[in-house]
Design a protein around this ligand. Structure first.
Ligand SMILES: [Zn+2]
Length: 261
């Protein structure tokens, strides 16, 4: 009982690494936005935050009783799809809260503070956010009790799309324009990272655009959107980013800035 939690956490590494390699190749082949920060600094910060976040995730209990066996009659693929869709909706809600609640924004802004946007951004989450971001899938799993295989697939899909969504492609591709009303492609999520006054106010979902369209937060992508957080003074320093949620507004350089919604 409860082995699905362990399976999900154990199986996330291989698809995630494969997605990083393939997405990196795609960025290289299709062209990237010009970098404004040293790539090595951003990657070391991302790897450091990911490593600490992984240690934090290991603290999740690996044996949780399911509240029901509601999915038991379905094949693993259908179970995984259902878990993913429901977790996608929960992710939308958690993500909106991260932008609306000041203390959650202080955690989430570490991710938004990246002055560039590419697959290195997919690693740049505060360890507390790694914990929060795993919660929607685990909540759905406790609720419905999917098989270990279904859970592994659902969790794998989450980590893979997180990488895909952060691909830093230089131009908005025609395929993205066609998929945009249905899926939150890299260009749509880049719009969520916008630093401009008019941007960064929508596209909170993970994979499905459905939730953003339902709650009227879907935004079309704009070519050349500038990303990042105004006046971020912590740069790409690991310790400073780790401590930023509890640093004073003055030290964090965020004085007077309301969280982008
Ligand atoms: Zn966000």
């Amino acid at each position: 009982m409860g082995s699905w939690v362990e399976a999900a956490l154990d199986h996330r590494l291989a698809p995630w690494l494969l997605a990083l390699v393939l997405a990196g190749l795609a960025e290289w082949r299709l062209g990237r936005h010009p970098a404004t920060r040293p790539a090595a600094d951003r990657w070391w910060l991302g790897i450091g935050l990911w490593a600490i976040g992984s240690l934090a995730l290991a603290a999740w209990p690996t044996s949780l009783p399911a509240a029901s066996g509601a999915l038991a009659a379905l094949p693993d693929v259908a179970q995984a799809g259902l878990v993913f869709v429901l977790a996608d909706g929960l992710h939308y809600g958690v993500h909106r809260l991260m932008h609306a609640v000041p203390w959650l924004w202080r955690i989430h802004r570490v991710h938004h503070a990246d002055a560039d946007y590419d697959i290195a951004t997919a690693l740049r989450f505060h360890p507390l956010e790694w914990l929060l971001s795993a919660a929607p899938v685990l909540v759905v799993a406790v609720w419905l009790g999917p098989t270990a295989q279904a859970m592994a697939w659902a969790f794998g899909a989450v980590v893979v799309w997180n990488v895909v969504q952060h691909m830093g492609l230089a131009r908005i591709r025609p395929l993205e324009c066609r998929l945009g009303p249905w899926l939150l492609t890299p260009a749509l999520h880049r719009e969520h990272h916008a630093r401009t006054a008019s941007g960064g106010t929508g596209n909170y979902g993970l994979l499905l655009a459905f939730w953003d369209r339902l709650f009227d937060t879907w935004q079309p992508p704009v070519e050349g959107t500038v990303v990042g957080v105004h006046d971020w003074r912590h740069g790409d320093d690991l310790l400073a980013n780790l401590l930023s949620p509890v640093a004073s507004d003055q030290a964090a350089g965020m004085t007077g800035e309301a969280p982008p919604r």
